[in-house]
Design a protein around this ligand. Structure first.
Ligand code: NG1
Ligand code: ZN
Length: 591
């Protein structure tokens, strides 16, 4: 209001002067006077706002000396250290909202971390992660000691030239951790102390909150910003994709889902009626008794390469696991010999990109499709995609924001981390071409069928971020349409045996990397040692990097046999321990 009044006044002052009409002088003075008054009251309001921030921040004090970094996926640590971070992220989200004149999201979750941890991620207007510069502000604000919080806040306002009289709107969501309720209250306090409006969605998956933010800022064109709107959009697309698949048996419709004892389980239950038995979900680890992410969930299954506890799997049955905030998914089954088969993010990317490429050919659409991976992608997947599928493959640093940005460069960018976090991005131009072809009355039946499938697939995919529920429905639809079993899918290529280990060092920042994290630049001698160890094995590859979410160095190795992959991973762990300041016990051999 205030802002508008000043604007109108000053423009009318300009007009009056332009005409040189002296009769209006007193009016001009009155206007200028009221503009000055308005500025004064704005200033007063601003000071009152800062006073409120100062008062309220005392209720969310920062433990002196504690410093945290906005890492790969926001702030993440033991929940007891996070109250002040949440309040401050409420402040920052409000500033970001004023700056972008859009709704911003704040999700309280620590994803796949243990239940005692928690964390927070900010969501930008189109549902993407916040920019690197604002990640820097997040760290700056998070680490300001209590008495310099206002100074840091004002510094950001100044640097970004934020108009504090702009309204602000922040959407908030949380996962099922016991600490999430009070931590999300701290976010709400932060937003309200700067006069921002909030919408608290309560318990939602991370990708659901990304979806809500995108719906709001696109004024409903992406969908309706409610959980019901989300279920309706996705289920309609899924039903459209599967409606013409002949003779789907109950076995084919049945899927065992491990909900990681988290939010994904609750939301899957809510969604079930919308799917009208076209997908029959058998849910385990639904949160009714077990602990979040404990011996279950996508991260456990991927890293341990075994089935979660609490799941009653029959031989050959198709199963999947979500992670704690349902933005990751992996599939698996056990064969008749009791052997466990994992279908991770690389297999998902291969299945989806192959399907999309086929549809593009059938529809006669000339759109460029690429797959974006990280260094953790299994070497076999990269080889298959490049040599057999002939799709462009691009490798980025770990962390979905890097993959997301790289995927935006293509007409269709399929991106997945090996751990099962990923989605597909369709450029505006690609979506337009698909929509136009759907409406084109001159297309033949085969083309029409293919392009309609493409259209429904676009609607089924959550393009804002990796989404376990949406990815699961895409995979189920693709398997149904192509008449594939999980075994057929698994047989597309064979993974190279691989192993991931962690090494604790006194300061993981001593490791610096290059070439999409595939080479260590520091400490000196580490990369040479890794290179010479790799040479001892067949089809081998190994790299190390500091984790962005845990205080460890991650070691990855792959080779022609399980024994070789394990042994190489162990030898590289020893090198890290020796050259990068290992602490505690020396890494022990796996066998
Ligand atoms: P860090 O801790 O930086 O390795 C892990 C995953 C990432 C990403 C983030 C966020 C691996 C090896 N790393 O990051 O891919 O998903 O967590 O959840 O899986
Ligand atoms: Zn997650």
């Amino acid at each position: 209001m205030c802002h508008c009044a000043v604007y109108v006044c000053s423009s009318s002052v300009r007009q009056e002067r332009g005409r040189g009409d002296v009769r209006h002088c007193s009016h001009v003075i009155r206007e200028v006077g009221s503009a000055a008054h308005s500025l004064r009251s704005q200033k007063k309001q601003k000071m009152a706002q800062f006073e409120e921030v100062s008062q309220k921040s005392k209720l969310h004090p920062k433990p002196e000396g504690l410093t945290l970094q906005y890492g790969t996926a926001g702030f993440r640590t033991h929940a007891k250290h996070l109250d002040h971070i949440m309040f401050r992220m409420g402040l920052l989200a409000t500033l970001r909202s004023k700056k972008t004149k859009s709704t911003i999201g704040v999700m309280v979750t620590a994803s796949h971390n243990p239940e005692e941890d928690n964390g927070v991620k900010l969501i930008d207007p189109m549902g993407e992660m916040v920019t690197v510069v604002w990640e820097g502000y997040a760290t700056q604000l998070a680490n300001a000691e209590q008495d310099s919080l206002l100074k840091e806040l004002k510094d950001i306002i100044e640097k970004e030239d934020i108009d504090m009289s702009e309204p602000a709107s922040v959407y908030i969501g949380k996962d099922t951790r016991p600490s999430s309720a009070s931590l999300s209250q701290a976010v709400l306090d932060g937003v309200s102390s700067l006069g921002g409006k909030t919408h608290d969605y309560g318990l939602v998956t991370t990708p659901q909150l990304h979806y809500m933010v995108c719906c709001c800022n696109t004024h409903g064109s992406y969908g309706s910003p409610t959980t019901e709107g989300y279920y309706q959009k996705l289920s309609q697309a899924f039903l459209q994709l599967t409606q013409n698949v002949p003779n789907r048996t109950d076995d084919q419709k049945r899927l065992l889902v491990d909900g990681a004892n988290g939010i994904g389980a609750l939301k899957m239950r809510e969604m079930e009626p919308f799917l009208r038995s076209e997908l029959q979900v058998v849910l385990s680890n639904d949160g009714s008794s077990g602990k979040l992410n404990h011996m279950c969930g996508a991260d456990y299954v991927k890293v341990q390469q075994k089935a979660p506890q609490g799941m009653n799997m029959g031989v050959g049955e198709r199963c999947c696991s979500f992670d704690g905030d349902a933005d990751r998914i992996v599939y698996y089954y056990t064969d008749s010999k009791g052997c466990f088969h994992l279908l991770d993010g690389d297999k998902i990317a291969t299945l989806i990109s192959t399907y999309l490429k086929e549809l593009l050919t059938q529809a006669g659409l000339n759109l460029q499709i690429a797959v974006v991976q990280t260094a953790y992608a299994n070497g076999s997947s990269t080889r298959y995609l490049e040599d057999v599928m002939k799709v462009a493959v691009c490798c980025t640093k770990t962390g979905v924001k890097h993959l997301h940005h790289a995927a935006q460069e293509y007409d269709i960018g399929v991106y997945f981390e090996a751990n099962g976090h990923g989605t597909v991005l369709f450029s505006k131009a690609a979506q337009k071409q698909i929509q136009e072809l759907v409406k084109d009355s001159n297309t033949n039946d085969e083309k029409k069928h293919a392009v309609k499938l493409l259209e429904s697939t676009v609607n089924l995919i959550n393009q804002t971020v990796g989404d376990a529920i949406s990815d699961m429905l895409v995979i189920e639809a693709v398997l149904a349409i192509r008449g594939m079993s999980v075994q057929d899918w698994d047989a597309i290529y064979t993974d190279l045996p691989n192993r991931q280990l962690k090494v604790t060092v006194s300061d993981r920042r001593v490791i610096d990397t290059t070439d999409a994290e595939r080479k260590a630049v520091t400490p000196e001698g580490l990369q040479d040692t890794i290179d010479s160890l790799v040479k001892k094995y067949k089809n081998a590859r190994s790299f190390v990097r500091p984790s962005g979410t845990e205080d460890v160095v991650r070691v990855y190795a792959e080779a022609d046999t399980h024994e070789s992959a394990d042994s190489l991973a162990h030898e590289v762990s020893l090198a890290v321990y020796r050259l990068a300041g290992g602490v505690g016990d020396k890494p022990k051999p796996l066998h």
